[in-house]
Design a protein around this ligand. Structure first.
Ligand SMILES: Cc1cc2nc3c(=O)[nH]c(=O)nc-3n(C[C@H](O)[C@H](O)[C@H](O)COP(=O)(O)OP(=O)(O)OC[C@H]3O[C@@H](n4cnc5c(N)ncnc54)[C@H](O)[C@@H]3O)c2cc1C
Ligand SMILES: NC(=O)c1ccc[n+]([C@@H]2O[C@H](COP(=O)([O-])OP(=O)(O)OC[C@H]3O[C@@H](n4cnc5c(N)ncnc54)[C@H](O)[C@@H]3O)[C@@H](O)[C@H]2O)c1
Length: 446
């Protein structure tokens, strides 16, 4: 049985962890059962954003018809898929090559602890002194009959042809991003969501604006509707759901799982290593170390700490490596983490929602406005845009910023920097921003 100083599971944020451990002279192994490179680069953010990019071009053309654009461009999903693949495919051999150059042993298979410090991958057993769990997340099991008839986000991002209709089960990030993409390619999209409002991480007024834009685009959104089972009849899928206590049936050509993701750790034999976990992931302290086994660390979607986002996973991976290599000395400080739905237009957020601020009893000034009549939206004939800013009345600090509209996902970073640096709202208002940009709108938001 081969022995390693460090065994890393997962090649997303785990890739950098392994590279740092190897660079520090540790005998390192990395294990992944999927192509090497992780979710973000191969099956998530990056390929998704390639699709969003082209969908955005189509959307702008449509918005500006009669305003300088006279015909709509033709599109080819097949070519778009080839373009997407030109980003994802080279990433896999490049990752493997870099790992090999760094002297890291690669195992392609699903890892499972079979004893204290011993992992089984395929028919091999390896032992480690320290372990870094960077397993990421996988689509949640829904425990409803027929759930295996749903395709997941990975399969969606590899569709070679688009059907005429797609139904999304669950109204979160994935549903809105994918529905906005396919709608620009002529697909009739339906989102079925069990809650009162979709996108529960976002401010309700921003979500209402996004819903308005989505419905104008032809996306059907069914709320308070919980999918209970799925079956296939000839070439169609029948979705059985409960809406306000009544049973309804929907029929579609393709149904996509967009009903949440969960840490991919539950079949790992964690109990063999005394690793505590809950449904949110491996329980870790601020050093990214397991609270129950000092030889185990965990970062990214696999731990129970912060939001499951790429920059969070990357930052946690760095903290993890430093502590694993030198002993616990660096605590994580997330600051205010911005996050977006890459719909078209996007929705972006950082800090507290109005609901959360009020729930905490904070003394806040709330500024909410639709801005479709502002120049930055009018020049693009944008049908929906707006903002909501929350300022603490006692400290004049910004405690939440919420945007919907052109470039919202870029502009939100300015708020994140200001909030992390504790810039006062009155000082941000005094800044001169380059003009005409969406950032230059900020001074009018206070
Ligand atoms: C469709 C989609 C779009 C997204 N878009 C964005 C976005 O725009 N912005 C953003 O910030 N975030 C986005 N995310 C979330 C982001 O991708 C994740 O937060 C991030 O990739 C997590 O990184 P990680 O290192 O924790 O896990 P991953 O990158 O998922 O890596 C984990 C790896 O571990 C492997 N693994 C798991 N269990 C085992 C095992 N037992 N044995 C061996 N290997 C194992 C998996 O195969 C996987 O490759 C998106 C996610 C999805 C699904
Ligand atoms: N732009 C981004 O940063 C981005 C993009 C895509 C995914 N992600 C990550 O991936 C994760 C998963 O995304 P997601 O969109 O699958 O999940 P999500 O957690 O955002 O939303 C899923 C929703 O589906 C609902 N749901 C669950 N079961 C249902 C059922 N049977 N019927 C109807 N509704 C049901 C849930 O109530 C939930 O609100 C996100 O938490 C996010 O961290 C991020």
């Amino acid at each position: 049985m081969e022995k390693f100083d460090v065994v890393v599971i997962g090649s997303g944020s785990g890739y950098n962890v392994a590279m740092r451990c190897a660079a520090a002279g540790k005998k390192t192994a990395i294990i992944d059962h999927q192509p090497f490179g992780g979710t973000c680069a191969l099956r998530g953010c990056d390929p998704k954003k390639v699709l969003v990019g082209i969908a955005h071009v189509l959307s702008l053309n449509e918005q500006l018809i009669g305003k300088g654009i006279s015909t709509l461009p033709e599109f080819s999903w097949e070519d778009l898929m080839k373009f997407k693949t030109s980003f994802t495919e080279p990433k896999i051999p490049k990752t493997e090559e870099n790992l090999e150059k760094a002297g890291i042993t690669q195992y392609h298979g699903r890892a499972k602890f079979i004893d204290e410090n011993i992992i089984q991958v395929n028919d091999q057993k390896i032992s480690g002194e320290k372990f870094a769990l960077a397993n990421g997340a996988a689509p949640s099991r829904l425990s409803i009959p027929g759930e295996d008839l749903l395709i997941d986000s990975t399969a969606f991002l590899s569709l070679q042809q688009l059907p005429e209709e797609i139904l999304f089960v669950g109204g979160g990030f994935i549903a809105f991003e994918f529905a906005h993409i396919v709608s620009r390619f002529g697909v009739k999209a339906t989102i079925v969501h069990r809650g009162e409002m979709p996108l529960s991480n976002f401010d309700v007024d921003m979500v209402k604006l996004l819903m308005k834009a989505s419905e104008k685009l032809g996306i059907r959104i069914l709320l308070n509707t919980e999918v209970k089972s799925i079956n296939k009849k000839e070439d169609r899928f029948l979705i059985h759901a409960e809406q306000h206590g009544k049973n309804i049936e929907l029929s579609t050509q393709l149904a996509v799982h967009s009903a949440g993701r969960a840490p991919d750790i539950f079949d790992m034999g964690l109990e063999k290593m005394r690793i505590s976990f809950d449904k949110k992931g491996v329980k870790v302290n601020d050093y990214m170390q397991s609270v129950s086994n000092v030889n185990v660390y965990a970062c990214g979607d696999a731990n129970n700490k912060c939001m499951p986002l790429t920059p969070v996973a990357a930052k946690e991976g760095i903290i993890l490596s430093d502590n694993l290599l030198k002993g616990n000395y660096k605590k994580i400080n997330y600051g205010h983490v911005p996050y977006n739905v890459f719909s078209i237009p996007p929705v972006a957020a950082v800090g507290l929602t109005e609901h959360a601020a009020k729930h905490q009893g904070l003394n806040v000034k709330v500024r909410f406005k639709e801005t479709t009549h502002w120049y930055s939206s009018r020049r693009l004939n944008e049908i929906v845009s707006g903002y909501k800013i929350l300022v603490d009345n006692d400290t004049d600090e910004i405690i939440g910023a919420h945007l919907v509209g052109p470039n919202a996902a870029e502009t939100i970073n300015i708020f994140a920097v200001a909030m992390n640096a504790k810039v006062k709202a009155s000082d941000l208002k005094k800044s001169i921003f380059s003009y005409p940009t969406n950032a230059s709108d900020i001074v009018h938001m206070f």
